[in-house]
Design a protein around this ligand. Structure first.
Ligand SMILES: [Fe+2]
Length: 246
């Protein structure tokens, strides 16, 4: 078994010029990178693994991280400038957001103040405690505005673990599901890892993102970079590239 699940270098794990479509690497804007040096360190490391395209997704969450689209764009411009100053022109950067589906999000949506991942794809999440009571209505509103909801880390919503039909319903309601890469290394617990593998087996995910916040997440990548996992994630890496390349 071990032979078949042998670790490989992260550079061999990720396809060349991979796209990360979920990350918290903009500086000083949420619980991710604190300083621009943190941002650069994360990008340098990830790009050494072959990830050179970043659709960065700071939290937008009412009462906690009420980042305006303007602030997110300012931080993007700041980081772009720093990357260029350091000769890192090969890094592609595009600022979007990870929207918690709360009343702040509904207001931004109504005001047409949304930063998509690309085209009409937007990244959304829900509370880890419970789904929004008006979830169906929100998903309907998103699509009425012409957007395609990409639901971040469905495997982390413990309240869905006992009823897989809930995941099917999310897909039927128009959601594309995004796996957090670290879930398959049990970073969020064994139950989350188990559900991630079940959803993978059922081909229910469309995309994969790192959702990286800090330096201490980097060793997890080395840990999960195996031949088996690479095979398992190949369709998702391909979807990432086909949909979110620059
Ligand atoms: Fe995230």
């Amino acid at each position: 078994m071990l032979f078949f699940n042998k670790n490989i270098s992260p550079k061999d794990f990720f396809p060349a010029n991979s796209v990360d479509m979920h990350s918290h690497i903009l500086p000083g804007i949420d619980d991710g990178a604190k300083t621009i040096d943190d941002s650069i360190l994360l990008i340098e490391q990830l790009s050494s693994f072959g990830i050179t395209n970043f659709r960065v997704t700071p939290h937008v969450l009412g009462g906690v991280w009420e980042n305006s689209s303007e602030i997110i764009k300012e931080k993007e411009a700041l980081l772009r400038k720093e990357l260029d100053a350091r000769g890192m022109q090969h890094i592609n950067l595009h600022a979007a957001a990870e929207y918690l589906m709360d009343s702040l999000f509904s207001k931004r949506l109504a005001d047409d103040d949304i930063l998509p991942l690309k085209d009409n794809y937007i990244l959304v999440e829900m509370s880890f405690l419970n789904p929004p009571i008006n979830l169906d209505e929100i998903l309907f509103e998103i699509q009425l505005k012409g957007y395609r909801p990409v639901l971040a880390h469905p495997e982390r919503y413990l309240f869905y673990h006992q009823d897989f039909s809930k995941y099917e319903k999310l897909i039927q309601a128009g959601c594309l599901l995004q796996l957090n890469l670290f879930s398959i290394a049990n970073h969020y617990g064994k139950d989350v890892g188990k559900v991630a593998h079940q959803l993978l087996k059922k081909n229910m995910y469309t995309f994969v993102g790192t959702d990286i916040h800090k330096e201490r997440h980097l060793p997890i990548i080395k840990q999960l970079a195996t031949k088996n996992n690479k095979k398992l994630l190949t369709p998702l890496f391909e979807n990432n590239s086909n949909t979110f390349s620059f």
